[in-house]
Design a protein around this ligand. Structure first.
Ligand SMILES: [Zn+2]
Length: 313
């Protein structure tokens, strides 16, 4: 009996160290980005073998965190990516979304997403390099950084020993660079009812934090509850809000279905859509800080039963 206080103290210390190891870490972020944006992945162009390999990597992590498969073929939701303006055969590619579900037995679900595709070997048309063809467009910031964030949030919410008041659906989207094709395919063929979606949080390019600018958080005008959710949230990193609910990335597909959104983005830079968007230029320390802010926002948002959608005028 007299050992009780010591046992209690040890449990307390164990709890503290456990909750610390759960927080998003620069080491994990770096590992994911170095894997996805390595030359071996050849830029993860839609339709390539390496694009498939990148989606397999995401699936492997989802499995490791104990998420349930929520695609149409296990974790995968395959679709055909067609680029509308051209109809030659090589403008039609097979790719997929990767979808994992954390079931907390709740009424509503929060969707967290990031696209995993990039420009491959520069033949897709949106490269900003002078001679893009044949060059590996690694896409470390765009958007291995967002996928690393997605994986760290999936790990956090599935391993934190808290049963949240919402379920979570984690989606790595395919074919964003060809015009938000993966997210549009998902909202038109959802694997959970869209009217049960609380809100969607998207990460696209969160690896180039500039302390003078701060990280931009879009979607602030898409729900009247966001101001209350953001109130008193601070972090090691600086952020500013932007009201827009669409533009630039996959959250726009959800906004178009009247779902409140958030969009995390550290801004444009000289390596944008060029072969020089490389892993060593990523600020993983700051990215971990951005993810910590996102977690606080999500936790605050869950104090409301369901966010109401507002159209941004
Ligand atoms: Zn992107």
């Amino acid at each position: 009996m007299k050992n009780y206080p010591i046992v209690f103290l040890l449990l307390f210390i164990a709890h503290i160290s456990l909750s610390q190891s759960i927080e998003p870490s620069p080491e994990n972020i770096s590992r994911h980005i170095r894997k996805l944006a390595s030359d071996k992945m050849k830029g993860r162009g839609t339709g390539s073998r390496e694009n498939d390999k990148a989606s397999e990597y995401v699936k492997k992590q989802f499995k490791k965190y104990g998420l349930q498969p929520k695609g149409t073929h296990g974790f995968y939701q395959p679709f055909t990516a067609k680029v509308r303006r051209v109809t030659v055969s090589d403008s039609i590619w097979q790719t997929r979304n990767v979808i994992g579900f954390l079931d907390n037995g709740a009424a509503y679900t929060i969707i967290i997403g990031a696209h995993f595709d990039h420009l491959g070997l520069g033949r897709q048309g949106s490269s900003k390099a002078e001679k893009p063809k044949g060059q590996i467009h690694n896409g470390a910031d765009d958007n291995a950084s967002g996928v690393a964030g997605l994986l760290e949030l999936a790990r956090y919410f599935s391993k934190n020993d808290v049963k949240e008041s919402c379920n979570f659906l984690f989606i790595a989207f395919g074919a964003e660079e060809l015009g938000l094709l993966g997210s549009r395919h998902f909202v038109n063929n959802p694997t959970i009812p869209l009217d049960k979606v609380n809100f969607m949080s998207n990460m696209d390019m969160i690896g180039r934090y500039d302390p003078n600018r701060g990280v931009g958080i879009g979607g602030f005008g898409t729900s009247e509850e966001w101001p209350a959710v953001f109130k008193d949230v601070t972090g090691k990193i600086k952020f500013f809000t932007d009201r827009a609910g669409s533009g630039g990335s996959d959250h726009g597909s959800f906004y178009a279905k009247q779902i409140p959104v958030l969009f995390f983005h550290t801004g444009g830079h000289d390596d944008y859509h060029k072969p020089t968007d490389d892993p060593e230029k990523i600020d993983t320390e700051a990215e971990a800080g951005i993810l910590a802010v996102q977690i606080r926002l999500i936790e605050n948002a869950m104090k409301f039963p369901k966010l109401t959608f507002t159209e941004v005028k």
